[in-house]
Design a protein around this ligand. Structure first.
Ligand SMILES: Cc1cc2nc3c(=O)[nH]c(=O)nc-3n(C[C@H](O)[C@H](O)[C@H](O)COP(=O)(O)OP(=O)(O)OC[C@H]3O[C@@H](n4cnc5c(N)ncnc54)[C@H](O)[C@@H]3O)c2cc1C
Length: 432
């Protein structure tokens, strides 16, 4: 019934893997010991490893599946100032100064990743293209417009309101009631970015080994042993960088991370005139619905990549295509006949306080919980955790001052997700 939605060359895998396929290299032998073992080969793990390898530590990154096959080669490539809490809400919880310092980290991460990609000359289509945050109701437009008024000094961000009457400059969609443009937000090709990071870690002397899942950690700070599918490895320091894929290896983290599936489709190549009319400025786009929707053109400006949470329970990405396509067509009725060339999903790591967390527990370093905004944050905090392993002051972050919360009866399976999705659907539908 829905076969007309699928392009003849449809693939149930990330569009980004066309340019940057996952490596099929054979798994090398695991060394018996290292100074630093990093568990997880996404942006967090690789950025930590880059620091420790360049700092002269023998560094081994181990990855349960193909290198980079977690979120870091699957995401939408959108980069913002990223931290979710609003200043007024956060200051009530942690006080004025710490709230300021924490939110400043989000701003720092945006600036940092632009500088980093440039300094490292990573070829990943990084572009400061800006973001259009679209309001899905007149009431949400008012809230959005107010949200950029009078930011605390030091947390100002370039932003301006686009009323509905003028929104055609940004987007040709009947679904929206104006929005806000953040001109400094950026986009990149996540697969190419990951590939560039991997090359830099290896050039610095770090080993990165795929198909080598960690199954247990024993020992104490300074003398750990990591059990893996390929035998044990001893390490002075360990970094856990498993984010939304955190499972039984580290139960304490698992109780604090909520894995949530996010699903994306890529359209077939669209007519150049059509795509230029639909998204003239080629900005990153998301909207005010509680059930997050994010989309953009691909870097070549030929397709639209559209991501959302459309199912109540986790599902196969191919199964999600009809619902994702329907959401796309709500924004762009002209795409009713368009076909889908790729569909995929990945698990973002959410947290109960909507903030990332990094630090060390029982001598084990970790950074995770970017709540779906991890391209900039995981790179920035991964770098910081690598600096913390080296004992460098630059690795300090105000986020180490806050507790990493869990909830009673939460053991890592988000049983509350289905009712939450239903509730947000209802809320989004009635927002005025
Ligand atoms: C569909 C989707 C769209 C997204 N879009 C955006 C976006 O537009 N902008 C944005 O900022 N963020 C986005 N994100 C989030 C962003 O991709 C992540 O926050 C970021 O990639 C996290 O990087 P990471 O290295 O911490 O985790 P990951 O890249 O997920 O890496 C964790 C790795 O740990 C490995 N692992 C787990 N357990 C073990 C073990 N026991 N042993 C060894 N390895 C293990 C996993 O296999 C995995 O490869 C999106 C995520 C998804 C899924």
């Amino acid at each position: 019934m829905t076969s007309h939605l699928f392009a003849p060359d449809y693939k149930p895998q990330p569009f980004w893997w066309e340019r940057s396929p996952l490596s099929a290299e054979p798994t090398p032998d695991l060394p018996a010991q290292a100074d630093v073992v990093v568990i997880g080969s996404g942006y967090t793990g690789l950025c930590a490893a880059l620091q420790t390898a360049r700092g002269g530590r023998h560094t081994v990154v181990i990855e349960a599946n193909e290198i980079g096959s977690g979120c870091s080669s699957r995401n939408g490539g959108q980069i913002s100032t990223a931290l979710k809490p609003q200043y007024d809400n956060l200051r009530r919880k942690v006080g004025d100064q710490l709230a300021y310092d924490i939110l400043k980290e989000g701003h720092n991460s945006l600036q940092w990743i632009g500088d980093f990609v440039k300094d490292e000359a990573i070829d990943c289509d990084f572009e400061i293209c800006g973001r259009f945050y679209a309001a899905h109701s007149p009431g949400q437009f008012d809230i959005l417009a107010r949200s950029i008024e009078n930011p605390p000094k030091g947390l100002e961000t370039d932003a301006y309101v686009v009323p509905k009457a003028e929104q055609q400059v940004e987007i040709d969609s009947p679904d929206y009631h104006g929005g806000v443009v953040y001109p400094r937000h950026a986009g990149l090709d996540p697969g190419a970015y990951h590939k560039g990071l991997l090359a830099r870690v290896r050039a610095a002397g770090g080993m990165v080994i795929g198909q080598c899942g960690a199954t247990g950690i024993s020992g104490t700070a300074g003398d750990f042993t990591v059990a893996t599918a390929n035998g044990p490895i001893r390490a002075r320091d360990i970094v856990v960088a498993t984010n939304g894929y955190t499972r039984g290896l580290s139960p304490w983290h698992r109780r604090r991370i909520i894995p949530i599936g996010s699903y994306i489709i890529a359209t077939e190549k669209l007519a150049p005139d059509l795509i230029r009319r639909l998204i003239p400025t080629r900005r990153m786009i998301n909207d005010t619905r509680k059930l997050v929707v994010y989309y953009r053109t691909d870097p070549a400006g030929e397709r639209i990549l559209f991501g959302a949470r459309v199912s109540i329970a986790e599902t196969d990405p191919t199964e999600a295509v009809p619902a994702l396509h329907a959401e796309l067509v709500t924004r762009f009725p002209d795409l009713a006949e368009s076909q889908v060339s790729h569909a995929w999903m990945g698990f973002v790591g959410y947290t109960f306080d909507e903030m990332p967390h990094l630090g060390a527990r029982d001598g084990i370093h970790y950074s995770m919980g970017y709540c779906g905004s991890g391209v900039g944050l995981s790179s920035y905090f991964g770098t910081k955790i690598g600096q913390q392993v080296l004992g460098l002051k630059e690795g300090d972050s105000p986020l180490t001052q806050i507790d990493f919360p869990t909830r009673p009866y939460y053991w890592g399976k988000p049983w509350f997700l289905a009712p939450a999705v239903r509730y947000y659907r209802w809320k989004d539908a009635r927002a005025a």
